[in-house]
Design a protein around this ligand. Sequence first.
Ligand SMILES: *[C@@H]1O[C@H](CO)[C@@H](O)[C@H](O)[C@H]1NC(C)=O
Ligand SMILES: *[C@@H]1O[C@H](CO)[C@@H](O)[C@H](O)[C@H]1NC(C)=O
Ligand SMILES: *[C@@H]1O[C@H](CO)[C@@H](O)[C@H](O)[C@H]1NC(C)=O
Ligand SMILES: *[C@@H]1O[C@H](CO)[C@@H](O)[C@H](O)[C@H]1NC(C)=O
Ligand SMILES: *[C@@H]1O[C@H](CO)[C@@H](O)[C@H](O)[C@H]1NC(C)=O
Ligand SMILES: *[C@@H]1O[C@H](CO)[C@@H](O)[C@H](O)[C@H]1NC(C)=O
Length: 371
Amino acid sequence: MAGRGGAFALVALCMLELALLHGAGAGAGERLVPAMFVFGDSTVDVGNNNLLPVCKPECRANYPQYGVDHPSHAPTGRFSNGYNLADQIAKLLGFNESPPAFLSLQAEGIIPRMNDGINFASGGSGLQNQTGEHCGGVYSMADQLEEFTLVVKMMGNSSYDLISRSLFFISVGSNDLFEYAHAKNPPPNRNDTAFLKCLVDSYKTYLQELHALGARKFSIVSPSLVGCCPSQRAAALQHHNDFDELHCFRPANNLSKQLYALLASKLQELGGDLDGMHYSICDSAGMAEMVFTPGGAKDPTVVDTACCAGPGPFGVGLCNTSATLCPNRTNFVFWDSFHPTEYASGLAASALFIDNGKFVRPINVGQLAAL
Ligand SMILES: *[C@@H]1O[C@H](CO)[C@@H](O)[C@H](O)[C@H]1NC(C)=O
Ligand SMILES: *[C@@H]1O[C@H](CO)[C@@H](O)[C@H](O)[C@H]1NC(C)=O
Ligand SMILES: *[C@@H]1O[C@H](CO)[C@@H](O)[C@H](O)[C@H]1NC(C)=O
Ligand SMILES: *[C@@H]1O[C@H](CO)[C@@H](O)[C@H](O)[C@H]1NC(C)=O
Ligand SMILES: *[C@@H]1O[C@H](CO)[C@@H](O)[C@H](O)[C@H]1NC(C)=O
Ligand SMILES: *[C@@H]1O[C@H](CO)[C@@H](O)[C@H](O)[C@H]1NC(C)=O
């Protein structure tokens, strides 16, 4: 399956050049928003799971190979070889990297850190409370919101101005889809639409809660084509070769595609209802479809196999000390069985920041920050 990333990389690289030409992204020493608050799953976790004592090892990113390209060259709890999507967006906004993991802050440090932002994301978690239970204990979106609410209440009225001008960056939903697609003993007449509507209703509740606390600028990353990650391509082999036209696990991709449409229309509705709400939604499923469609090979050229490769097909397995590392990380879309490389998430971040309606709607994150 080599050779499928070309179109995406070309477009994204052109965007990156455009971004530089037109001065998109923060200038030196400048911040486009006062603070950034991050919620979601392993796509944006920067160390919360590592600090959750009940979280099982397979739901933590602290195997030695993680962070190999991070400035510390050590595992930091990011599910990546280096920076993740939250870091890359933070950099474009003028920060050095993502705000710190909530659980890394001492109690007395939490309120002062609000001025730059905090990251509440927890790998394995989802929109539904029970998602991630197999991890032994992660912070669901409801838990993340609960912690944020406590901090805002502690700050009192002084939080309002800060929160209304800050960026709320949310990347969640993939784990709900994975668990649904792989449910043991699903009932015979399971209704996918009802399930997806339920996810979108939960999303709506979280956004309403954040809005009630003063949040106004939301950047929402819809789940990517979850059936295309190496673990799901390997799953297709186990399910009578149920591959779709992208050579990905068909039922999982089907859910991702439907979810984007439902989420986009829910956001449009909320944008009309909630006073002062502004949002940017990224159609990650659409973007991924471009990445995984054959044609115009450039880079990253390896789109189906994990760079940190375990013993299974498509390099599936734990990215532990027995795993082998690909020599060139900019040549791979996937770092491990589930997560993109730093390079791939950097391309996605630049698209989020400057895309004009192809995948990022109705405005991009650069425009959202500037409001
Ligand atoms: C999810 O958890 C939150 C906080 O723990 C709780 O308030 C909420 O009722 C739960 N939601 C459902 C649907 O169980
Ligand atoms: C906070 O603001 C609300 C409404 O603006 C006001 O009613 C309340 O008295 C304020 N509280 C404090 C502690 O300033
Ligand atoms: C599935 O759920 C949707 C939304 O709740 C509903 O409109 C539809 O009729 C259901 N389909 C079936 C076959 O029950
Ligand atoms: C998803 O699967 C359903 C049922 O198999 C099918 O009707 C629908 O067209 C598919 N949707 C997409 C977006 O692939
Ligand atoms: C690494 O994980 C693989 C499964 O992917 C397992 O077979 C192997 O024993 C693990 N190695 C170590 C050192 O834990
Ligand atoms: C790594 O891969 C990229 C993309 O294919 C390529 O541009 C670059 O030259 C490679 N670097 C090395 C050191 O081989």
